[in-house]
Design a binder for this molecule. Structure first.
Ligand code: URA
Length: 195
């Protein structure tokens, strides 16, 4: 399947009840052959209205975090979500909804073919890294899955609620920058100085 076919099919998806309440399918944003993929949980209200991931307050924080390590959704990464439609009242997506939707992300990962996948929060880490992932203990660690490096950060919404988690996240971001320097060829071009 090509990217265009995938996007068109996904935008017509009616595999679960979230399709009945959505304004837009939030397919993803960024560079389609990026070496680094970020994966969140699912669209919130602003994302549902605008059709783009992470455009609310959490999105502003995410953009600021990315900027610290020279990443930018319009330049060198792709951003997608586990579920493509907004769960009502921003509840966590049900397991059944995640299962119905995950095929779209799996196909995006196949086509993007990233070297690094960064899960934003517990829900993405549980589905992409391992079922018993503990975000408080395992954020920032690296997991090799089928030749791809996976890690997880606290979700930006969690960082808005609890600023005490930000220093750890800053360290995790530095680790991500080091890993990008080590295994990616195109993401930093030219290489940026260390901070
Ligand atoms: N939270 C997410 O996990 N994804 C979004 O796109 C927006 C908020």
């Amino acid at each position: 399947m090509t990217w265009q076919q995938l996007e068109a099919e996904c935008k017509n998806c009616e595999k679960c009840a979230l399709s009945e309440t959505r304004t837009n399918v939030v397919f993803g944003v960024g560079i389609k052959d990026a070496e680094v993929l970020f994966v969140g949980e699912g669209p919130g209200e602003n994302e549902d209205l605008q059709g783009e991931p992470f455009v609310g307050r959490g999105g502003k924080l995410l953009d600021d975090m990315l900027k610290m390590i020279d990443l930018d959704r319009s330049k060198n990464i792709y951003i997608a979500n586990i579920v493509k439609c907004r769960p009502p009242k921003n509840r966590d997506p049900f397991g059944t909804e995640q299962e119905a939707c995950i095929g779209w992300l799996r196909e995006q990962i196949r086509l993007i073919n990233p070297k690094i996948v960064v899960c934003l929060g517990r829900i993405a880490a549980k589905i992409l890294i391992k079922e018993d992932f503990k975000i408080t203990q395992e954020h920032g660690q690296w997991f090799d899955i089928d030749g791809v490096k996976y890690t997880a950060l606290y979700h930006p919404a969690a960082l808005l609620r609890d600023v005490h988690r930000r220093p750890e996240t800053f360290e995790d971001l530095r680790e991500i920058r080091s890993m990008i320097r080590e295994i990616c060829e195109n993401t930093y071009n030219p290489q940026t100085p260390a901070f």
